[in-house]
Design a protein. Sequence first.
Lengths: 115, 114
Amino acid sequence: AQSVTQPDIHITVSEGASLELRCNYSYGATPYLFWYVQSPGQGLQLLLKYFSGDTLVQGIKGFEAEFKRSQSSFNLRKPSVHWSDAAEYFCAVVGTTDSWGKLQFGAGTQVVVTP
Amino acid sequence: EPEVTQTPSHQVTQMGQEVILRCVPISNHLYFYWYRQILGQKVEFLVSFYNNEISEKSEIFDDQFSVERPDGSNFTLKIRSTKLEDSAMYFCASRRQTSTDTQYFGPGTRLTVL
């Protein structure tokens, strides 16, 4: 069955420290990959996306993600977190043959930033 | 920057009542979606809509749900007879054209069924 897994439900990180959020997928073929962020009371905002090509993708707010086909992973990273990065982060995929483009989401990782 | 808007931000209703959630997608977008997120759970796809008809729906989207694009700007989700388990945050999204175009999400409507 197709699935998206975010193993970490909750991560606490100190301001200024690095952050890595894990995402693994199980799909017949490599899907299109996305990371969204949801701040309290806000909708989902796209951080970055991967379709093909360079496996290191740069996004907004200083985030990047690396696609690793051998590990079926698309992990999100930020070298130095800011207090405003406290939010919930969702990995999502769209099957490449899915012309209607429905997103399948992981369960999310809640990030808490401490001073 | 264009954005997806949703009204109301919070809706409280009694079980068995009908509710209509409203969305205004980005104006040049062609594909429209509803997702929901039950508290503490993942965001789930409900339905996609293209060319004035449903293109795909999930098993959650049963006969109690319907969608409509009554005019050139609004996109609505109707729940005919709400159940307690319909309590969730409902997100509308739209994208311009291809699967690689970004889906833009609205801020959501929190539906509480009492």
